[in-house]
Design a protein around this ligand. Structure first.
Ligand code: ZN
Ligand code: ZN
Length: 412
C-alpha cells in the first residue's frame, strides 16, 4: 500500500471571496470533484475550533502532533528546511534581509524584505562570515529572495529572547532582550542577535551589491533581522510511530523543515519554487516517482496562501484551478488507485478580505480502496460540510496511514 498527503496552504476561504463563494467553490475543479465523488469529504479544524493557526503549528497538528506540547518556534524548521545540520541545544532563527536607515539613536526600518531582493544574496551572506561572536559559533544561509536562516551554537544557549524585527515600516529596531531576567543563556543569545544586527549593517550597508542596488533605485539589503528563535523539538518520527518511510516535497523551507523534523526525507526538483509560479506538474511527477521508493509522500503547495495574503481572489481561484489541472491531472493518471490512499486539505483558511489566517475549518478529502465513500460529488467548503467525515480536528496523516493498516493499536 502507498499513501499521499497533499496540503494546499491557506486553501480555505469565505463567502466574501468571490460573489458569495469561496475561491475553492468558485474554481472549476473537475478532477477534485471526481475524487470527492469516489471518496469521502469533511471539514477539519487544523488545530482546533476557534484557533487561528500558524502554518507551522497547523502542519504539526495535521501530521498528528500536539503543537501545544512540541512546538518550539519557527526558526528551527527554517534552518532544517534550508539544509542546515541542527543539533539539540542550537538556537535557530528565521532571518530576513531587510533595509534600514541610520538615524539619531539607532536604525529605522524601511523595508522588511529589502525590495524582495532577487540576486546577490550569496555574496552578501559571504560578507557576513567576518562577524565574530564571543563564545558562540554561527551559520547564516540565504534562501529565496529576502529569506534566510541563522543558527547559533554554544554552551547552554536559550531561545527565550525577544526578536529584533519591528514588523512595521518606519519603526526603530528594538534590541533583543532575554524574556527571563537573569538567565545567562538567553542573555548570551540576545547579545548575539544585537551584535549580528549591528555588524551586518556595518558589513552590508556599503557592500558593492548594495551600492549597485541604490543606483538602480532599489532598496539595499543592509541588515539581517532575526525572529522565531527556537531549539530542535523532541518529535517521535513518523517512522518510529507508524514504521513507514516518507518523503516531503515542498518549495518553502519552512514546510520542508517540518517534514524533516518528523523524519521524512526532503526531495528536490527544478521548478518547485514555493510560490504561485511553481511547476505543479513537476511536483506531481516527483511525488508519483517517489512512491516507488517510499511508503508515503507529503506534498506541500504554497501559492494558495500567497494569493490569500495578497488579497487577490482571481489569483487564488486560478491557482486552485491550476492545482486541479496540472497537479491532480497527472495524479489521477499516475497513481495505482487499487493500492493507494490520498488525502487533500489545507492548513487553514486565508480569506481574501482579511488577508491573513483565520480559524474556520477547511475542507478535506480522502480517497482510496478502504475509504467509505459518501454522497458528496464536488469539493468545496459547504459541500464538504455535508460529507461523511463530518468535522474533526488535525491528525490527517494518522487517519491516512490508518487506511493502509499502518496505525499502531492503542491498548490491547
Ligand atoms: Zn499555512
Ligand atoms: Zn500564510
Amino acid at each position: 500500500m502507498k499513501a499521499i498527503l497533499v496540503i494546499a496552504d491557506g486553501m480555505g476561504g469565505r463567502p466574501s471571496d468571490i460573489d458569495g463563494k469561496t475561491c475553492l467553490e468558485a474554481a472549476r475543479t473537475p478532477n477534485l470533484d471526481t475524487l470527492a465523488g469516489r471518496g469521502a469529504t469533511g471539514l477539519v479544524d487544523p488545530i482546533g475550533p476557534g484557533i487561528r493557526p500558524g502554518s507551522d503549528t497547523a502542519h504539526l497538528s495535521l501530521l498528528g502532533y500536539d503543537p501545544y506540547k512540541v512546538y518550539t518556534g519557527r526558526g528551527v524548521f527554517e534552518c532544517l528546511g534550508i539544509g542546515m545540520d541542527v543539533h539539540h541545544g542550537d538556537v535557530c532563527f528565521r532571518a530576513n534581509f531587510a533595509t534600514v536607515e541610520k538615524v539619531d539613536g539607532g536604525l529605522r526600518l524601511l523595508d522588511r524584505r529589502a525590495g524582495r531582493i532577487a540576486s546577490g544574496q550569496d555574496e552578501l551572506a559571504a560578507a557576513l562570515t567576518d562577524i565574530q561572536l564571543e563564545g558562540i559559533r554561527f551559520e547564516f544561509r540565504a534562501s529565496t529572495q529576502h529569506r534566510g536562516a541563522l543558527l547559533l551554537r554554544g554552551d547552554d544557549l536559550s531561545a527565550r529572547i525577544t526578536e529584533n524585527d519591528p514588523h512595521k515600516v518606519g519603526a526603530m529596531l528594538p534590541d533583543s532582550v532575554p524574556i527571563d531576567a537573569g538567565d545567562a543563556g538567553s542573555a548570551l543569545v540576545a547579545a548575539a542577535v544585537n551584535d549580528i544586527a549591528r555588524a551586518s549593517f556595518a558589513l552590508l550597508n556599503d557592500h558593492p551589491i548594495n551600492s549597485k542596488r541604490r543606483q538602480e533605485g532599489k532598496h539595499p539589503a543592509n541588515i539581517i533581522l532575526l525572529r522565531g528563535a527556537s531549539t530542535l523539538p523532541h518529535l517521535p518520527s513518523v517512522k518510529e510511530t507508524f514504521g513507514v518511510r516518507g518523503a516531503v516535497i515542498a518549495g518553502g523551507a519552512l514546510y520542508r523543515g517540518v517534514g524533516l523534523a518528523c523524519g521524512m526525507d526532503a526531495l528536490y526538483a527544478p521548478g518547485i519554487t514555493g510560490g504561485l509560479d511553481t511547476d505543479l506538474g513537476v511536483k506531481a511527477r516527483t511525488a508519483i516517482d517517489a512512491l516507488d521508493r517510499y511508503d508515503y509522500v507529503f506534498v506541500h503547495i504554497k501559492g494558495t496562501d500567497n494569493a490569500g495574503h495578497d488579497k487577490d481572489a482571481v489569483a487564488k481561484r486560478e491557482f486552485i484551478e491550476r492545482i486541479d489541472r496540472e497537479f491532480f491531472g497527472p495524479i489521477m493518471e499516475g497513481l495505482d488507485w487499487k493500492s493507494t490512499h490520498l488525502a487533500f486539505t489545507g492548513d487553514h483558511t486565508t480569506p481574501i478580505d482579511y488577508g491573513d489566517h483565520t480559524a474556520e475549518p477547511v475542507p478535506v478529502l480522502f480517497v482510496g480502496p478502504n475509504v467509505r465513500s459518501d454522497t458528496t460529488t464536488s469539493f468545496g467548503e459547504r459541500e464538504a460540510a455535508t460529507g461523511g467525515l463530518c468535522r474533526f480536528s488535525g491528525s490527517i496523516l494518522p487517519m491516512l496511514l490508518n487506511y493502509n493498516n499502518w496505525a499502531p493499536k492503542f491498548g490491547s
